[in-house]
Design a protein around this ligand. Structure first.
Ligand code: GLY
Ligand code: MN
Ligand code: MN
Length: 436
């Protein structure tokens, strides 16, 4: 794996010329008072180094004579480590993580300038760590002040996204192996949820069983707070309370995935808690499923990314017109976004180290992003007839019979050389398979 991290650094360095790139580890996140969440590294940092530690900085300086890859890390200190766990330390930063040079993090301000002073620009993604953002700016401004005298040094800060995101967007075989594992574990969890959900069970019981499966297989845990939403809760996109007792007649929408070795899965299924759809639930389910399948059929190399959303959206809007939920001409309804009260999100996102992974979705309005093999994305259309939602202007009130129905179907899809592969196909979604 270290060889792959090195390849990634080299690929990045080949694209930044005389620049120097700086990467900051993620800050610790506080749960409450002096208790912290389990540490999760910044995805860029992880992608380039494999080092899962706080208080670290990685520097890539391809133009530097001696050191191209430099790590600043927490120094070994057993009295501290006995409380908060072992750290890599300066020596192992070189021997294990392949740094050409490594320093204790408290020497950052002293040692960093030598890697910046002859660069023509700094590559840095301004992030959540505000004080580190300021540190980078301070170094930059100091060098800029002496630029007239020296005639060399950085005169711009460029966001690393312009280079790194397109690399991260196309997954390597080893990344795909982890994504398949994350997908398989989440598939098992969803299959279990389908077996145990029934009237009288609480949403959190389903959540607990699914997250047990995640950990049992060595996943770090949920990729995001699991959504187990029954009845009208299914209309709340980020419902995470998961504390309702499920009733016969409810739909149950479960949006849950896991993080395996930092790679994520993201699956949604919706099914009747009592085993049988009502007529209205069945009609809307078939519509969402049809939208999802037609959208997935558009996932192939050479197609524009936006075609996936456009395809799903058209199917949904045509269906809602037929059912009388929307009124008017399909093209116009789409253009004027009259469907938004019932379909308020996009049809998917890139998936990888981040659940909503990095990468652009188009290059400006008239310049589509063309799909290529190795990209992984979700396809997740839905319909939500939110109780109390106002129809768009000039649109009918929705018939009471549809109220409170929320449906989403979400799969993780890999673009292959010839089309696509649904990584999460192990969970049923055909209408007849959702009933018991
Ligand atoms: N669960 C997050 C998403 O589906 O995008
Ligand atoms: Mn999801
Ligand atoms: Mn998603």
């Amino acid at each position: 794996m270290q060889a792959e991290y090195r390849q990634r650094r080299e690929a990045l360095m080949s694209k930044i010329g005389n620049g120097t790139a700086i990467f900051r580890s993620a800050p610790m996140a506080v749960m409450h008072n002096d208790v912290e969440y389990a540490y999760r590294q910044d995805s860029d940092f992880l992608y380039l180094t494999g080092l899962n530690e706080a208080e670290a900085v990685a520097v890539l300086a391809p133009h530097h004579q001696e050191h191209k890859f430099i790590l600043f890390v927490q120094p070994k200190d057993i009295t501290k480590e006995v409380w908060s766990g072992y750290v890599t330390g300066v020596d192992a930063a070189k021997s294990i993580y392949g740094a050409d040079e490594a320093y204790p993090i408290n020497e950052l301000n002293e040692k960093l300038p030598q890697y910046l002073s002859n660069a023509d620009r700094i590559y840095y993604r301004f992030g959540r760590d505000k004080s580190f953002n300021q540190t980078v700016l301070n170094h930059y401004q100091r060098l800029l002040r002496v630029y007239p005298k020296r005639g060399i040094g950085p005169t711009a800060i460029q966001d690393t996204c312009t280079i790194l995101d397109s690399m991260r967007m196309v997954k390597t075989e080893s990344e795909l192996a982890l994504m398949r594992k994350a997908a398989d574990i989440a598939v098992e969890a969803h299959n279990l949820a389908f077996e145990i959900a029934k009237p009288g069970v609480y949403e959190y019981e389903i959540q607990a069983e699914m997250e047990r499966i995640f950990r049992k297989h060595g996943a770090l845990g949920p990729a995001y707070p699991s959504i187990v939403a029954s009845g009208a809760n299914s209309c709340i996109l980020h419902y995470i309370e998961n504390n309702r007792q499920m009733q016969d007649g409810d739909l149950l929408l479960i949006d849950a995935g896991c993080s395996y070795d930092y790679y994520n899965s993201d699956i949604t299924r919706t099914f009747p808690v009592g085993g049988k759809f009502t007529e209205e639930q069945k009609i809307l389910y078939e519509l969402v499923l049809s939208a999802q399948k037609q959208a997935i059929a558009q996932v192939k190399p050479g197609n524009a990314y936006n075609l996936i959303h456009d395809t799903a959206l058209r199917v949904l809007v045509e269906g809602m017109v037929e059912l009388g939920i929307l009124k008017g001409e399909v093209d116009k309804l789409i253009e004027e976004e009259k469907y938004k009260p019932y379909y308020m999100h996009r049809t998917g996102h890139w998936l990888g180290l981040d659940v909503h992974d990095v990468g652009v979705y188009q290059h400006g309005e008239d310049n589509p992003l063309i799909l290529q093999p190795g990209q992984v994305l979700t396809v997740e259309p839905g319909i939500y007839i939110v109780p109390g939602a106002k129809p768009a202007e000039e649109q009918p009130q929705v018939d009471q019979k549809w109220m409170g129905i929320g449906i989403r179907i979400e799969d993780d899809v890999l673009v292959t050389a010839t089309g696509c592969e649904v990584l999460t196909k192990g969970v049923d979604k055909e209408l007849q398979d959702m009933e018991r």
